[in-house]
Design a protein around this ligand. Structure first.
Ligand code: URA
Length: 226
């Protein structure tokens, strides 16, 4: 008897946007992931449920991000492998801080740095306000954390900061919940060697630079009680 097929998603959810840049690695569009995103997008979702869904997706993202790290043969009493190098996380404040717990669940005692970037009111460009990074960051693989990739301005600035601190782009993996083709393209044009692991690529950006369909302001929904 043939094995039953996994249930398929409705066509509009199953279809990834076409022509994604080659450094983009979306999570597989499973029913579970689509259901978690549906919960996040629902305006009626309470803060507690939003945090629960976001943490679930974060965990999936971290697990997949770790699959992109190189391993080396490690021969003890068993011939296995171990990660090639040390890692660290860097969260883009404040929304990226929501992803730190998922990283800690997978990597005990991982070092985590923080970067605060905001729009400069005079130039309208992304500006660095604060950075606290592990002192040996140049020797580490770096998981950069930000749940929403809209124009890419903050993430590109954050990568510039990491490169200034000696981290080569090939050792940066950007973990992200919801992205859009515009942001992915901008990231690829600026730093084509940075890998992007994203849970879901949405359709586009609107005129207010919000992702469509998106989920609203992630930081407000994750951190602010209503
Ligand atoms: N940041 C958010 O929180 N939401 C968006 O849609 C875009 C940027």
């Amino acid at each position: 008897m043939a094995c039953p097929q996994k249930p398929s998603l409705p066509a509009h959810l199953a279809q990834e946007p076409s022509d994604l840049p080659p450094n983009t690695h979306p999570l597989p569009r499973t029913g579970q992931l689509a259901a978690l995103l549906t919960g996040l997008r629902n305006k009626e979702t309470s803060r507690g449920a939003f945090v629960f869904y976001a943490d679930r997706v974060n965990r999936l993202l971290v697990e997949e991000g770790l699959n992109h790290l190189p391993v080396l043969e490690k021969c003890l009493e068993y011939n296995g492998v171990g990660f090639e190098g040390k890692i660290c996380g860097v969260s883009i404040m404040r929304a990226g801080e929501s992803m730190e717990a998922g990283l800690r669940e997978c990597c005990r005692a991982v070092r985590i740095g923080k970067i605060l970037i905001q729009r400069d009111e005079e130039t309208a460009l992304a500006k660095l306000f604060y950075a606290k990074l592990p002192e040996d960051i140049a020797d580490r693989y770096c998981l950069l954390l930000d749940p929403m990739l809209a124009t890419g301005g903050s993430a590109i600035k954050a990568i510039e900061v990491l490169i200034d601190h000696g981290v080569p782009q090939e050792r940066i993996i950007f973990l992200n919940l919801v992205s859009c083709p515009e942001g992915l393209r901008a990231m690829y044009d600026a730093y084509p060697q940075v890998k992007i692991v994203t849970a879901w690529v949405d359709e586009a950006l609107n005129e207010q630079k919000y992702i469509v369909p998106g989920l609203g302001d992630f930081g407000d929904r994750y951190f602010t009680s209503r």
